[in-house]
Design a protein around this ligand. Structure first.
Ligand code: IMP
Length: 425
C-alpha cells in the first residue's frame, strides 16, 4: 500500500497533530521527515496532557511504528524526556515501536546557544525562532560538519565530537561578547542520552521501503507549514528545513511512485507565531477572540514556546499557493467551531501588489493589501455535530466557498479539539 503525506498549508499550528492521530489509525508506520523539537502537539494519554515535540502522536496507536527520519534534527536529551514521559503514562517505547534514522542530525548545546546568539545579533530583524537550535543544526549539516545520529553508537566518540563542536561555538560566542558554554558539563547528559537512544537507531529508509513493498500504509507527518519552508516559504522568516510534501521523499528516502495521497491541513482562519509578513492579520478584538485567552490547550499560544500567536482571516492566496507546491489531493479544515458567533467572516481572495491584483504571490511582503469577500457567519455551538448536513447553512457555505476557490475537496472539517470531533463529508 502507498504513502500518505500530511502537510500544513499555512504557517504551522494548523492542527496537523489531531489529523495525524486520525490517519494513524489506518497506518502501520507514522514518520516525521523534517524539523525537530521546534514542532509540538498536545495529546492526552490516560487523561494526562502531554506535549510531544519529536515523537509522532501515532505512538499512541499500538500497531504503529514511529520513525524519526533522516531529514530531522534530533535533540537527544529532549527525546529521552519524551520517551520517559510516555513510559510514565503507560506507553512503553521499544525499538519495535520507534526507529531513529542513523542519518538524522543531532542538535547540540552549541546549536541552542548559537540560535539565541543569532537572534540577538539580528536585533529588530529577529525571525522569532523557537530557540531550539534548529537553524544552526541544519547549518552544520549543510556545511558538512554536523554530528549524525549514528555517532551515538559510540558514546565516547559522540562526546568528543560534541566537545569539539561546543568549542567552535564558544569562539563565536566570545566574539559576540556572550557567555561561553562549559563543554565538559554540557556534554554529559548528551552522552547518557546517546546510551539510551543507540538501540533505536536504524537505517530507516530501508525500513520504510521494505514496509511499503510489503503493502504497509505509511503516513508521513509534516511539521510546521508550507509558508515556513526554507525554499517555498516567505524567506527569511522561515524554518531551516522542507516541511512541504517534497521534503517527505528526501527526509525519509523513498520514491515518488509510492505517494497516492497528499492531505493538506488548513485552519479555518490564519495564525502565525514569530516574525514575518501576514497580509490578513487582525490587530483588533476579532483577532483577540480568535486567539483565545490561553486557558485552554487549543487556544492560539505556541505549544513549544507558549508565545501568543498572531491571528487573522483565512487567506486563499496562500492556500492556493500551498496546494500547488504540495500537490494537495484533499484538504482538512480545522477549528471551524472557533468562528461560531462571528457575524461576518472575511476571506482574503487576492492581493494588490503596486497597481496589480494577483491570486498567486511570487513573494509575500508586509505592504501587501488583500482584497476580501465577506460571508455571513453562524451562531450556536457546533462542537457536537458529526454530520455535514447538520452544520448550520452558513458554516457549510463558508467551507464550500473555500473548496470551490481551491478546486480541491475539503473532505473533513474539525469542530473541536477532541479526537472524535470530526465531520466527514
Ligand atoms: P525555528 O524553526 O525555531 O528556526 O523558527 C523559525 C520560524 O518558524 C519562527 O517563526 C518560528 O516561530 C516558526 N516555527 C517553527 N516551528 C514551528 C511550529 O511547529 N509551528 C509554528 N511555527 C513554527
Amino acid at each position: 500500500m502507498p504513502a500518505t503525506i500530511l502537510v500544513g498549508l499555512q504557517w504551522g499550528d494548523e492542527g496537523k497533530g489531531r489529523v495525524a492521530d486520525w490517519l494513524a489509525s489506518s497506518s502501520e508506520i507514522v514518520a516525521r521527515y523534517a524539523g525537530g523539537d521546534n514542532a509540538g502537539h498536545t495529546v492526552y494519554v490516560a487523561g494526562k496532557m502531554f506535549k510531544l515535540h519529536m515523537i509522532p502522536s501515532g505512538i499512541l496507536h499500538d500497531r504503529v511504528t514511529c520513525v524519526l527520519g533522516g531529514g530531522m534534527v534530533v535533540n537527544p536529551v529532549n527525546l529521552v524526556r519524551e520517551i520517559d514521559g510516555l513510559a510514565a503514562a503507560g506507553v512503553e517505547i521499544n525499538p519495535a515501536r520507534l526507529a531513529i534514522s542513523t542519518k538524522a542530525h543531532i542538535i547540540t548545546p552549541a546549536h541552542i546557544a548559537l540560535d539565541r546568539a543569532n537572534e540577538l545579533a539580528r536585533g529588530k530583524a529577529a525571525i522569532g525562532t523557537t530557540l531550539r537550535g534548529i537553524g544552526p543544526a541544519y547549518l552544520d549539516k549543510t556545511g558538512r560538519q554536523g554530528i549524525r545520529a549514528e555517532t551515538m553508537r559510540d558514546p565516547e566518540g559522540f562526546g568528543d565530537a560534541l566537545i569539539a563542536q561546543i568549542e567552535r561555538a564558544n569562539a563565536k560566542l566570545t566574539a559576540q561578547g556572550l557567555d561561553t558554554l562549559d563543554a565538559q558539563r554540557e556534554t554529559l547528559p548528551y552522552i547518557d542520552a546517546a546510551r539510551r537512544l543507540a538501540p533505536f537507531l536504524q537505517d530507516t529508509a530501508r525500513l520504510v521501503n521494505r514496509r511499503l513493498d510489503e503493502g504497509a500504509r505509511v503516513l508521513c507527518e509534516g511539521a510546521q507549514g508550507t509558508m515556513l519552508d526554507i525554499d517555498h516559504g516567505d524567506y527569511p522568516f522561515v524554518t531551516s528545513s522542507n516541511p512541504t510534501a517534497g521534503g517527505a521523499l528526501i527526509g525519509l528516502g523513498f520514491g515518488a511512485r509510492h505517494v497516492d495521497r497528499v492531505v493538506g491541513v488548513a485552519k479555518a482562519f490564519s495564525t502565525r507565531v514569530g516574525a514575518g509578513p501576514f497580509p490578513t492579520e487582525l490587530d483588533d478584538e476579532i483577532g483577540a477572540r480568535l486567539r483565545g485567552t490561553g486557558e485552554h490547550f487549543w487556544d492560539e499560544f505556541g505549544t513549544t514556546t507558549g508565545r501568543p500567536r498572531r491571528t487573522g482571516w483565512l487567506d486563499l492566496v496562500i492556500l492556493r499557493y500551498a496546494c500547488m507546491i504540495n500537490g494537495v489531493t484533499e484538504i482538512v479544515l480545522t477549528k471551524l467551531d472557533v468562528l461560531s458567533g462571528l457575524e461576518t467572516l472575511r476571506i482574503g481572495t487576492r492581493y494588490r501588489i503596486g497597481t496589480e491584483w494577483t491570486v498567486y504571490p511570487t513573494e509575500i511582503q508586509d505592504t501587501i493589501e488583500p482584497d476580501y469577500v465577506d460571508l455571513p457567519g453562524w451562531t450556536g455551538e457546533i462542537g457536537g455535530i458529526r454530520r455535514w448536513a447538520d452544520l448550520p447553512g452558513n458554516a457549510r457555505r463558508y467551507v464550500d466557498f473555500i473548496q470551490e476557490a481551491l478546486s480541491i475537496p475539503i473532505a473533513t472539517v474539525s469542530v473541536g479539539p477532541e479526537r472524535h470531533q470530526l465531520v466527514h463529508r
